[in-house]
Design a protein around this ligand. Structure first.
Ligand code: NAD
Length: 507
């Protein structure tokens, strides 16, 4: 059943007020559009160089105070943030839908991911453990300790407008680091709303230092300013490989630390033993979900030659039937692309497929008369006789390439033969194929799944990818170590001064 909703602009005003964001300028500053109708929802003011500088200075002051707060007490702030996020979940998710165009269920899932990482970080705040190491010298004790690192800048992409901040901020805060967030210029409203939620947690916490968390609004220039600032100890940057190529040398030049979470070009191998009904559901969700705008979206389908037509036909039919439209409608499974540039890149990529001898089914623009400034599309399936050059690139849209393989080693070689290395999966019921795929000679990606699509990771594991995906890891496992500095300490509790390696230096 179709529900009626206010215009995105009116809906955004209502949600921003409920979430506690101070009134924004209606007609001056940077326009913020909703991909739902392509219209301006409101405007925001970008930070200038002076404002960015003073937020970094405030973060440095906050660091001096925050690093000596016991980690479990720092965890209390994140616990309160988790409570506030639970209370704000529905409204924040609705704002994610308005600003990024995700369907309601995926937007709610994104906010749930923020809550999950809060829970993880609260536990972690009591587990920031080091090591004791056997010393070769008598009467000596050696240990390794983790200390807070310093201010962390988080540069985030439009497609996960709030979760990526939470992955970084929750770990950084329990590790003792202030956080400065530069969200995508396409999604500043969800950042302001998240900050308002965080401020409620800070008020309840009572004694957090001023400047502990800040939002910097701006585009590429603002991101570059943070990347170059030697006072920022760690830059965690999520976005395109083009952005990472610019940011990495800026941070490296000043010997800063970076976590790079860049583009993916994720593949699925479907083998003859696969459960095809499971595979079909995994393919359609991971290729068309979020309108193909996840870093882990499925872009390349490598199917055994005996099955390739059958699988491709089933995917084509499923793509044709997917309900496309306003992502706020409960029945919609495919919302809009973020903007015209995304649509143009989608069209260009389909043209390249045709130029390389492939055929494309789907890919039409939809709802043009009703919403001429928004970009809704039918997902596209590109059939190729073999893996060709067009499969080397990430196109951030629902475009799935399918190509055949003859033997399993060849399938793995095709899967690995791209510059990116984020996520990958195999659909098989053959244990040799499953284990081979996960072995040292298998997938070269940061994420490798069996009988699951490449998208939809949980926060408990370390998230990130190899090669042009940047090599960074965030979220679970031991990713927290990147937000701390390691110190090796040796204590001599003997009355002698023996030197290591038997060196003699008698005075
Ligand atoms: P983008 O690269 O255009 O922008 C990302 C962020 O980087 C924005 O905040 C932007 O303002 C900033 N930025 C851009 N150029 C910069 C520069 N030279 N210096 C400093 N900051 C700069 O990416 P997008 O279109 O917002 O997001 C889509 C891309 O992000 C896709 O490639 C996707 O795969 C990738 N992504 C990767 C992950 C991951 O974890 N690997 C997660 C989400 C998105």
């Amino acid at each position: 059943m179709t529900q009626s909703f206010p215009t995105p602009a009116a809906h955004a005003r209502e949600l921003l007020a409920k979430l506690g964001v101070p009134a924004l300028p209606a007609d001056a500053g940077h326009p913020v559009r909703s991909p739902i109708d392509g219209q301006v929802m409101t405007h925001v003011a970008f930070d200038d160089a002076r404002e960015i500088g003073s937020k970094v200075s405030a973060a440095c002051h906050a660091f001096a105070a925050w690093r000596v707060v016991p980690a479990p007490r720092r965890g209390e702030l994140v616990r309160l943030l988790g409570e506030e996020l639970r209370a704000a979940k529905a409204d924040l998710a609705a704002l994610v839908t308005l600003e990024a165009g995700k369907i309601a269920s995926e937007a709610a899932g994104e906010v749930q991911e923020m809550i999950d990482i809060c829970d993880f970080a609260v536990g972690l705040s009591r587990q920031l453990h080091g090591l004791t190491i056997a010393s070769e010298r008598p009467g000596h004790a050696m240990r390794e300790t983790w200390h807070p690192l310093g201010p962390v800048a988080v540069i985030s992409a439009f497609n996960f407008p709030v979760a990526v901040w939470a992955w970084n901020a929750c770990l950084a805060l329990v590790c003792g680091d202030p956080v400065i967030w530069k969200p995508s210029e396409k999604t500043p409203l969800t950042a302001l709303a998240t900050h308002a939620v965080l401020e409620r947690a800070l008020a309840r916490f009572e004694d957090a230092p001023d400047g502990l968390c800040a939002v910097v609004l701006g585009g590429r220039d603002a991101g570059e300013r943070l990347a170059r600032d030697p006072r920022i100890a760690l830059v965690s940057a999520t976005g395109s490989t083009r952005m990472g190529r610019a940011v990495a040398p800026m941070v490296a030049e000043r010997f800063g630390r970076s976590i790079l979470e860049l583009g993916g070009n994720n593949a699925m191998i479907v083998t003859p033993s696969a459960d095809l009904s499971l595979a079909l559901r995994a393919i359609v969700f991971s290729a068309a979900g979020t309108a193909g705008q996840r870093c882990t979206s499925l872009r390349r389908l490598i199917v055994h030659e005996s099955l390739v037509d059958k699988v491709a036909d089933a995917v084509e039919t499923a793509f044709q039937r997917l309900p496309v439209g306003d992502p706020r409608q409960p029945a919609t499974l495919l919302g809009p692309l973020i903007d015209k540039a995304a649509y143009d890149a989608f069209v260009e990529a389909m043209n390249q497929v045709r130029a390389e001898g492939g055929s494309v089914a789907g890919g039409e623009r939809l709802l043009i008369d009703e919403l001429p400034d928004a970009y809704y599309v039918r997902p596209a399936l590109a059939r190729l006789p073999a893996a060709t050059a067009c499969m080397q690139r990430e196109t951030f849209a629902p475009l799935l390439h399918v190509a055949p393989y003859a033997d399993f080693e060849e399938a793995i070689a095709i899967q690995n033969d791209v510059p990116q290395g984020l996520s990958s999966c195999v659909m098989t019921n053959d244990v040799r194929e499953a284990e081979g795929f996960l072995s040292a000679a298998g997938s070269d990606c940061g994420i490798a799944n069996v009988n699951i699509g490449p998208s939809g990771a949980e926060i408990g594991g370390a998230f990130g990818g190899e090669k042009e995906t940047g090599g960074g890891r965030e979220s679970g496992s031991d990713s927290w170590k990147q937000y701390m500095r390691r110190q090796t300490a040796t204590v001599n509790y003997s009355g002698a001064l023996p030197l290591a390696q038997g060196v003699r230096f008698d005075l």
